[in-house]
Each structure stands twice: as structure tokens, then as C-alpha cells.
Design a binder for this molecule. Structure first.
Ligand code: GRF
Length: 192
């Protein structure tokens, strides 16, 4: 059994979807939901689903070992970023080399990087007149949205789609693919 921690800063609908997907798994246990926002709705979702939560702040994450210590306390093997808005510090990335994944709501390398999150991504896609957008699941490195791509899926952007419509299509792709891609990636990473 591999223990995973989900890091999220907001609503946490992906976190909820992942928790439910692995609820009866004998391979993966969602052991912790961690957030940097004390009022994030993800906390309620996790509590409702019986998953422990941990709240920290930006300084704690980057300038202390508290977050890493918490991951160790829960014997976390693998970390999933699902709507997590802070940069993961190098010492945590090194500790979990190749074992931290992020989901980005666009087709990287386009519409990624610092400041490209949430609705800003969908507005930029709309303003550029793109015919397609999608999701990217990638390994996390020391930059925003920059690590090796593990999986992408596309959806169309219709001329009349608003940024909210695009967000709905992208969320549907996230719910469909993210848990399975995590499952497959964990099986691959921990093959020995
Ligand atoms: C998702 O679209 C994810 O790709 C992005 O932030 C959003 C989080 O949504 N990084 P939720 O909090 O999982 O509902």
C-alpha cells in the first residue's frame, strides 16, 4: 500500500474525486490532505470523507521542515498537487524525486507558468481564440508547470464557450483521467 498526500489550495473537487476513486483500493491510500489556505473548501471535503487534514502557510512550507516532517509522520510515499498554488521547495522535491505530480488545466507548455492558474488560464485560452484546450499531468520540478509531461488530454473550445464553459470541460477531463493516471504512475514509479 502506498500512502499519498494531496495538496490543494481551493475548492478541492479533484481532491474529492481522487479520494473517492481510491476509497476501496488496496494499492493506494489517500492518507492526508494538505493546504496552505485555512478557509479552503477542500478541508470540508476531506473531513467529510474522513481524510486527515493539515494546514500550513507559505513561510512554513519554504523555510522550515515542518511540512516535510508532517509527510513523514503520515508515511507519505507520493504527493499529488491538485489546484495547489505555491511552489514546492527544492528540498521536498528532492526528497520525493519523481514522486510529485501536478495537474494543470491547459495543454502545457502553453498557458502555464507563474500566475497562470484557475480562471486566468481559461480566459487566456479564450482570448487567444484557441480551438482546443485540455489538461496536463506532469512531474513537479522547481519551476511552475515545467516538469516532464506524463499525460495530456484535449477537448474542443467552441466559439461561443465562455471561460466558465471551458473550465467545466476541463474539469470533466480532470475527473475522468487524473485518478487513473495517478494510479498508473504510482504502479510505474514503485515497480520494485
Ligand atoms: C483544477 O482545474 C486544476 O487543474 C487546477 O486548479 C483547479 C482546481 O480545481 N490546477 P479543484 O480545487 O480541484 O476543484
Amino acid at each position: 500500500m502506498k500512502n499519498i498526500a494531496i495538496f490543494a489550495s481551493g475548492s478541492g473537487s479533484n481532491a474529492e474525486n481522487i479520494i473517492k476513486y481510491f476509497a476501496n483500493s488496496s494499492d493506494v491510500n489517500v492518507a492526508l490532505v494538505a493546504t496552505n489556505k485555512s478557509d479552503a473548501y477542500v478541508i470540508e471535503r476531506a473531513q467529510r470523507l474522513g481524510v486527515p487534514t493539515y494546514i500550513f502557510n507559505k513561510a512554513t512550507l519554504s523555510s522550515s521542515t515542518e511540512v516535510l516532517d508532517e509527510l513523514k509522520r503520515y508515511s507519505i510515499d507520493y504527493v499529488v498537487l491538485a489546484g495547489f498554488l505555491l511552489l514546492v521547495p527544492p528540498f521536498i522535491i528532492h526528497e520525493y524525486a519523481g514522486k510529485i505530480v501536478n495537474i494543470h488545466p491547459a495543454l502545457l507548455p502553453n498557458y502555464g507558468g507563474a500566475g497562470m492558474y484557475g480562471d486566468r488560464v481559461h480566459k487566456a485560452v479564450k482570448e487567444a481564440g484557441e480551438e482546443f484546450t485540455g489538461i496536463t499531468i506532469h512531474n513537479v520540478n522547481e519551476k511552475f508547470d515545467d516538469g516532464d509531461i506524463i499525460f495530456q488530454a484535449k477537448c474542443d473550445v467552441a466559439e461561443q464557450d465562455t471561460p466558465d464553459d471551458i473550465a467545466s470541460k476541463v474539469h470533466a477531463l480532470e475527473y475522468e483521467h487524473f485518478p487513473r493516471v495517478i494510479e498508473e504512475h504510482i504502479a510505474k514509479v514503485f515497480v520494485n
